[in-house]
Design a protein around this ligand. Structure first.
Ligand code: OFO
Length: 167
């Protein structure tokens, strides 16, 4: 059985993953309208990944006899328009860093509660956050490098399409 603290923490996290999925989805849709064919594929794809993160938590909570509660987020974070590509990925980078802090906090609680099953389960998320932060940072670095070069941006968008296909 899950302790009350763990149940609360995992519930929060599954709702954050759902919000993450919506955030990436919203950005994908917005960037698609701007004509970035490759970057939008990457973002749509990532939205699906975030949904998988959420599902993993739901299945785990159920497996441990917990209670799955889905919260309606209200949609405030989704009101992002007219940001540059750099600002968009900056927002995603900050978002992923926030998620990493929250995962770390959950790991800490699992140790306090001596819930080693949950501790073990969370290690997948720890690994995932390392990858995700590195990936978004790599994209940000490229955007920085390209600067105002429109040709470079075009090629980068093309690259992102291949990146998505090869995943
Ligand atoms: Fe982006 O990793 Fe889940 O939230």
């Amino acid at each position: 059985m899950l302790s009350e603290k763990i149940q609360k923490g995992l519930t929060k996290q599954l709702n954050r993953e759902s919000e993450s999925s919506q955030l990436y989805l919203y950005m994908a849709s917005w960037i698609e309208r701007k004509g970035y064919e490759g970057i939008c594929e990457f973002l749509y794809d990532h939205s699906n990944e975030e949904r998988i993160h959420m599902l993993k938590l739901i299945r785990y909570i159920n497996k441990r006899g917990g209670n799955v509660i889905l919260v309606d987020g209200g949609g405030d974070i989704l009101n992002i328009t007219n940001v540059s590509l750099k600002e968009l990925f900056m927002k995603l980078f900050e978002h992923e860093q926030k998620i990493s802090r929250e995962i770390n906090f959950l790991v800490e609680i699992s140790l306090q509660e001596k819930d080693y099953f949950t501790y073990n389960f969370l290690q997948w998320y720890v690994e995932e956050q390392i990858e995700e932060e590195a990936l978004i940072k790599m994209i940000l670095d490229k955007i920085e490098l390209i600067g105002a070069d429109k040709g470079g941006l075009y090629l980068f968008d093309k690259d992102m399409k291949n990146f998505h296909k090869n995943k």
